[in-house]
Design a protein around this ligand. Structure first.
Ligand SMILES: Cc1cc2nc3c(=O)[nH]c(=O)nc-3n(C[C@H](O)[C@H](O)[C@H](O)COP(=O)(O)OP(=O)(O)OC[C@H]3O[C@@H](n4cnc5c(N)ncnc54)[C@H](O)[C@@H]3O)c2cc1C
Length: 312
């Protein structure tokens, strides 16, 4: 069976959900082989095994830098001679993937939302208005897949760990400081099972408290439209959409969001979409499973109370 390399995205060994999505997808294409860079291999190994990695190629180095990631991918590709290389379509994954492709003269496709057994990739472009299907024709395809594009399924394996034994100091870049963004107790918007997002309909930044209260009752992450982010009402890392994060939760609640095409591009694959908007013609209702036409200042507190009551 052809091997498929998967670059592990992780923080100190805690693999991100997109890693498991890629491993699940890689099993459709061949034999998944994880490429791990940095600290925390022991922590990561169990999850990689649970999601079907048949081998873990491991290298030292800083996994926040694309240099060591590219070096590890290149060395792993030399050994495994894979049919494809999967990286996450995150800034770091795309950087490392592009460097690998350039180094080897291989083709690369980015922002993939689907991939078939013949390695034909689907990409949504122009804010989701156009769907492109493309296939790499030169060398080994390097494929950057968007987080939340594939489901996660477990398939236990017993991976052997192969030390790539790369030379130290292969990268001229050094991390001199590392500040972790304050996240509070809520889950990351790109990884959460439930997302409650607020838009310009909230009218004032302080009203994001309504969105946060509903999110906390549901155990959800908080998202925001670009209009809300651009107005400085909520931090950029919460922005959902074409120029923000792509989310695909089980439940997406849009509060005071019109549903512009650029917003929908980042959330339209959510399993169930609920919208609260006072305008019955708002485009968000076209993709909603449940819609409430009403004033969010009345609807959202009552919804929060009702959820809290039912959970009690
Ligand atoms: C290149 C490009 C990239 C972009 N990328 C993104 C992106 O990543 N993410 C993104 O979100 N946008 C993006 N945009 C912006 C996008 O086009 C919209 O401008 C933006 O999504 C609008 O945000 P909004 O829905 O919060 O605001 P609005 O469009 O102003 O909608 C506010 C909604 O709130 C409703 N409302 C008002 N008051 C109430 C109330 N009391 N109760 C209930 N409902 C109420 C209104 O009916 C309205 O539908 C991008 C635009 C461009 C050009």
């Amino acid at each position: 069976m052809p091997r498929v390399l998967v670059l592990v995205e992780h923080e100190e060994g805690a693999a991100k959900k997109v890693t498991y999505e890629m491993l699940t997808k890689a099993r459709d294409l061949g034999e998944p082989v994880a490429v791990f860079v940095g600290e925390g291999l022991e922590t990561a190994r169990e999850g990689l095994a649970r999601h079907g990695a048949t081998a873990v190629y491991a290298a030292g180095g800083d996994n926040r830098l694309s240099g060591p990631l590219t070096g590890a991918l290149a060395a792993a590709a030399d050994r495994a001679e894979p049919a494809a290389v999967l990286v996450a379509a995150t800034p770091l994954g795309k950087d490392a993937g592009a460097r690998l492709a350039a180094r080897r003269g291989w083709g690369m496709l980015a922002d993939i939302v689907d991939l078939d057994g013949d390695l034909v990739a689907t990409q949504n472009v122009f804010g989701g208005a156009t769907t492109v299907r493309a296939r790499v024709r030169t060398g080994t395809p390097v494929l950057a897949v968007k987080p939340n594009s594939f489901p996660v399924q477990e398939a236990p394996a017993e991976p052997e760990v192969v030390d790539l034994d790369l030379a130290e100091g292969q990268d001229a870049t050094r991390v001199t400081d590392h500040v972790v963004q304050e996240q509070g107790g809520r889950p990351d918007v790109a990884e959460a099972e439930i997302v409650v997002s607020g838009g310009r309909g909230l009218q004032d930044p302080s009203n994001f408290a309504l969105v946060e209260a509903l999110a906390d009752t549901l155990g959800a992450a908080v998202g925001a439209s670009r209009a809300a982010v651009d107005a400085g009402w909520y931090p950029h890392q919460h922005q959902v959409g074409q120029t923000g994060k792509t989310v695909s939760p089980q439940l997406y609640v849009a509060v005071g969001i019109s549903g512009a095409i650029q917003h929908r591009a980042g959330m339209q694959t959510s399993k169930t979409i609920v919208a609260v908007n006072k305008d019955a013609d708002a485009p968000i209702f076209a993709i909603s499973d449940f819609g409430v036409v009403g004033d969010l200042f009345k609807v959202v507190p009552r919804l929060t109370d009702e959820v809290a009551k039912r959970k009690a």
